[in-house]
Structure formats: structure tokens, C-alpha cells
Write a protein that binds this ligand. Structure first.
Ligand code: NAD
Length: 292
């Protein structure tokens, strides 16, 4: 089972990062998104991120051109059907993801492996919406994809050993390290990370600390490279809330209840860096300004 042609559904921060690392490792990549602006921006965003790697000396300038030449975009999801592997990286909402797989499956070749980059949703349940639960699994990249070494691999109950082995060899070709997680809500990284972020938002909500004091505390007191609220803005507050909700619903334990302040930020459309404002305001020219 050789994988050379990869499709990516969703040209958001994760989809662009996934396209970037695959193209840089020699795979042909076809990206789709329902938002034409996001799709048009894909090569521009990837190009800018590749520029950064060239400037840092992580990759040679020729690699940038070669990678960009391997990325194509299409508004038509059906065009991804004939590829070897399709990774869905659309919005973290089960109805969105299910609809994508249901629309894609009729166009898929028999051998196509389907994968999702979901941070938290059941792989087994998403797989059941397709005609190939044995050729379906979770490939969970971390943000930013070109920088982060880990890829979590999650098998659904029906995922075959061949599918797992093929995907594992792809991760190795990308030069990344795989960790295997069982198919439980939010898997490993987010089962631990997102409740910590949610607790940081409670700490803010209850007035125990300010945005600045909470982030400083975890950076200098626990040696975290980013504070939890800064990290939440980086991930996207809608994604953080979606993952907390999956944990709360899936594990039925009140310790996972999403903080009402996190809900309020999402209701306001203050989703973090991607919308210019979250726990920090990024819209000025200077350093980000705490919003509380
Ligand atoms: P994002 O909001 O930046 O991008 C989502 C993209 O999906 C948007 O461009 C949107 O237009 C597109 N989209 C929505 N519906 C679509 C459809 N039906 N067909 C095609 N495209 C569609 O979100 P993101 O941060 O890139 O997250 C994407 C996925 O990756 C989510 O499942 C998320 O949980 C997961 N993830 C996110 C992070 C993170 O730190 N942000 C980390 C790991 C995994």
C-alpha cells in the first residue's frame, strides 16, 4: 500500500500545515475548502511559512519551490476521491465532518485510505459514516504542523493493521514521531492539555489571576513555553470549547464542564489569533494586549 498522492479537506491553520509538511516530503497534495477565500490563501500561507523555514536555514530555498509546486487546490471535494490518502481537517464539528465523509465516499477509489485530523471526536463513529471503517483512522497533527514533532495515531475499532502500518510509514516519511492512542474522547494530548486550559479560564473567570499573571505563572512556574491562555488563543477558542464539550459529553464527568467564560468568548466571536482577538487582542501593531 504505497501512498504518494494526498488530499486535504479544509484549508484552515491545520489543513495548510498538513499540506505544507506533505509537500515538503515529496507527496503530491490536493487541497479543498468550501470557503473560496481560505482555498485561495492556501498556497500564499504555505509559501509564507516555507519562507520562514528558508530564512531560519531549516530548509534550502529549492525545497520551498519544489514543495509549492506539489500543492494544488480544487473547490470540488470529489476531485480528492482518486487519491491514496485523504485527511479531513475541517472545522471541529461532528456534523461537518460526517457530511464531508458522506459526500466524499461515492467518489473514492477502493484503495483510498480516509483519515481525520479531529482533536477529539470518535474515530469509530466517523468511520461508521463511510463504506470503509477498516481503511479509516485518526491522524492527529499538532499545531503548528511544520514545527511540532508529534503525530497521534488513533485506530477506530475496525481499523485494519494494514491501514495502520501504511499510515505509520507515512508519518515516518514526514520525519515525525507517532504516538498511538486508543479511541477515547480527545485521545491523549488533548485529554490532558485542554482541561488544563479550561482550568486556566476558570482561574481567570473566578478572578484568581489576570490573563497576564496566569500566563506568567505557568511559563515561569512550570516551565511551559507558552502560557495556557496564549496557547488557547493559538489553538482557537472554538476548537478548545469543542474539545471540552466532547470530553464532557463523552466521559460524562462534571470535572470536564466547559468554563462559562470560554463559552462567552466563543459566543462573541473572539476565537483567538485567527480572528484577531481572544484572551489577547492581536489587532494593534505592538505586542498582544490582554483582554481581561
Ligand atoms: P480552522 O477554523 O482554522 O479551519 C477549518 C477550515 O475548514 C476552514 O477553512 C473552513 O472553511 C473549512 N471547512 C469548514 N467546513 C468545510 C467543509 N464542509 N468542507 C471543506 N472545508 C470546510 O480550524 P483548524 O484549527 O485548522 O482545525 C481543523 C481541524 O484540526 C479540527 O478538527 C481541529 O480540531 C483539528 N486540530 C486543530 C488543532 C489546533 O491547534 N487548531 C490542532 C490539532 C488538530
Amino acid at each position: 500500500m504505497t501512498i504518494n498522492r494526498v488530499g486535504v479537506v479544509g484549508a484552515g491553520q491545520m489543513g495548510n500545515g498538513i499540506a505544507h509538511v506533505f509537500a515538503l516530503s515529496g507527496f503530491d497534495v490536493l487541497v479543498t475548502d468550501t470557503n473560496p477565500e481560505a482555498l485561495d490563501a492556501c498556497p500564499v500561507v504555505v509559501g509564507r511559512n516555507l519562507d520562514r523555514q528558508v530564512a531560519r536555514g531549516t530548509i534550502p530555498a529549492e525545497a520551498r519551490e519544489a514543495a509549492l509546486s506539489r500543492i494544488r487546490t480544487t473547490p470540488d471535494l470529489a476531485d480528492l476521491g482518486g487519491l491514496d490518502l485523504v485527511i479531513e481537517a475541517a472545522t471541529e464539528r461532528e456534523s461537518v465532518k460526517s457530511a464531508i465523509f458522506e459526500a466524499l465516499v461515492p467518489h473514492c477509489a477502493a484503495e483510498t485510505i480516509l483519515a481525520t485530523n479531529t482533536s477529539s471526536i470518535s474515530i469509530t463513529r466517523l468511520a461508521s459514516r463511510t463504506d470503509r471503517p477498516d481503511r479509516f483512522m485518526g491522524i492527529h497533527f499538532m499545531n503548528p504542523v511544520p514545527v511540532m514533532q508529534l503525530v497521534e495515531l488513533i485506530r477506530g475499532i475496525a481499523t485494519s493493521q494494514e491501514t495502520y502500518a501504511a499510515v505509520l510509514s507515512v508519518v515516518e516519511r514526514l520525519g515525525k514521531t507517532a504516538a498511538t492512542a486508543e479511541d477515547f474522547p480527545a485521545f491523549i494530548v488533548n485529554r490532558i492539555l485542554i482541561p488544563m486550559i479550561n482550568e486556566a479560564v476558570y482561574t481567570l473567570h473566578e478572578g484568581v489571576g489576570t490573563v497576564a499573571s496566569i500566563d506568567t505563572s505557568l511559563k515561569l512556574g512550570a516551565n511551559h513555553p507558552m502560557g495556557p491562555l496564549e496557547l488557547a488563543d493559538f489553538i482557537g477558542l472554538d476548537t478548545c470549547l469543542a474539545i471540552m464539550t466532547v470530553l464532557h459529553d463523552g466521559l460524562a464527568d462534571t470535572k470536564y464542564r466547559p468554563c462559562p467564560l470560554l463559552v462567552k468568548y466563543v459566543e462573541a466571536g473572539w476565537l483567538g489569533r485567527k480572528t484577531g482577538r481572544g484572551f489577547y487582542d492581536y489587532r494593534g501593531d505592538g505586542p498582544p494586549v490582554p483582554t481581561r
